[in-house]
Design a protein around this ligand. Structure first.
Ligand SMILES: [Zn+2]
Length: 355
């Protein structure tokens, strides 16, 4: 029932392991994009130099001039083709560690459960071995579902990135005195649009890796309903943590509820909570839970950190008592992704305070 020191230690190690998986994927994706851009940059340099040359009377070429500019259109086609390949490779990179990671998730869940049993119940390794293990086919199903989800999220990446590159080309740039400076400025913009695809791929990698981990954890929990009473939301308390995750920290949810469903790129962890010792047949009083109190932690932070996390408007509403700690987190829908909890907008908080 209680989160103790060993549970916190295991949660930390689990987070380190998941982060290592995500970091390995991140490195592969970043390298893929950098190599691709190195190859495309020369083509774009030529195309943009042409466009600068084609500008008349100090004005960037018109939309119709741009769509007829051969080199620019060729660079765009090459970019689209490269992004299609990158997109497919990203899917492979993201899925690479998934079978091992989901299997490990089930193991972590068993260890987290064993760590909450009284010492009279047996050694942790002996206990861990007694728990039901989820079916290997359940793990395979998670991996298959994740592959489908990753593929569908990556699918629009190439079109989106080339669309924003086209938009930047058409929007153009104020022409300076030096044509080379102008071309370089445009190259930076187009590169930024190209890297927007990388940002999306990284978000998919992080979010879907953690979700697969959480789903495997949930399946393992479901196989052990006889000993579990729920799961607890664990947030890493840091200056980079958002208000929503802080507000969710320590909340307890039914075993069958998926989660923690934090926002995209979120890193919150699911920790199984056993039934009370008495419900499990041990006539012993339970120790107090050591789950950190996020609100108390926040209250102890310097004002600069509090402002960085919440912004002045939210902080004022919270400190004046017009909104509660729990009001800071709101469920929202995002097309293509599962529903998630994110920081309540200042507008909604203000409306809640007025009501
Ligand atoms: Zn967050």
């Amino acid at each position: 029932m209680a989160t103790n020191r060993e549970v916190l230690r295991l949660l930390h190690s689990m987070r380190v392991e998941v982060d290592a998986t995500v970091d390995a994927t991140t490195r592969l994706l970043v390298r893929g994009w950098a190599t691709a851009w190195d190859e495309l940059a020369r083509e774009w340099e030529g195309a943009l130099t042409d466009l600068v040359k084609a500008s008349t009377d100090g004005a960037w070429p018109s939309r119709s001039q741009i769509v007829r500019a051969e080199r620019a259109m060729r660079a765009l086609d090459a970019t689209r083709a490269r992004l299609d390949v990158l997109s497919t490779q990203s899917g492979v990179s993201i899925m690479q560690g998934m079978p091992d990671m989901t299997a490990a998730a089930a193991e972590w869940e068993a260890r987290l459960t064993a760590a909450q049993m009284p010492t009279t119940a047996g050694t942790q390794s002996a206990l861990t071995a007694t728990f039901n293990r989820l079916d290997p086919t359940a793990l395979e199903a998670i991996v298959t579902r994740t592959t489908t989800q990753v593929t569908s999220l990556l699918q629009p990446l190439s079109a989106r990135a080339t669309q924003s590159m086209t938009a930047s080309l058409i929007r153009g740039v104020a022409l300076g005195d030096n044509p080379r400076t102008t071309a370089r400025l445009m190259l930076k913009r187009v590169e930024g649009d190209f890297n927007g695809g990388l940002t999306r791929a990284l978000t998919i990698a992080r979010t879907e890796t953690l979700d697969a981990h959480r789903t495997a954890s949930r399946e393992q929990d479901m196989a052990n309903l006889d000993v579990l009473g729920g799961w607890e939301w664990h947030t890493e308390l840091s200056a980079r943590t958002c208000s929503s995750c802080l507000a969710q920290n320590g909340t307890v949810h039914p075993v069958d509820e998926p989660g923690p469903n934090d926002h995209q790129n979120g890193r919150c962890a699911r920790s199984p909570i056993t039934k009370t010792w008495r419900d499990l047949g041990f006539n012993i009083d339970e120790p107090r839970s050591l789950t950190p109190d996020a609100q108390a932690w926040f209250g102890n932070q310097p004002e600069a950190t509090q402002l960085q996390i919440m912004g002045p408007g939210r902080l004022e509403l919270l400190q004046s008592g017009k909104v509660s700690w729990a009001d800071l987190s709101t469920k929202r829908a995002t097309a293509g992704w599962r529903d998630s909890y994110g920081t309540t907008s200042l507008r909604d908080l203000t409306a809640r305070a007025a009501a």
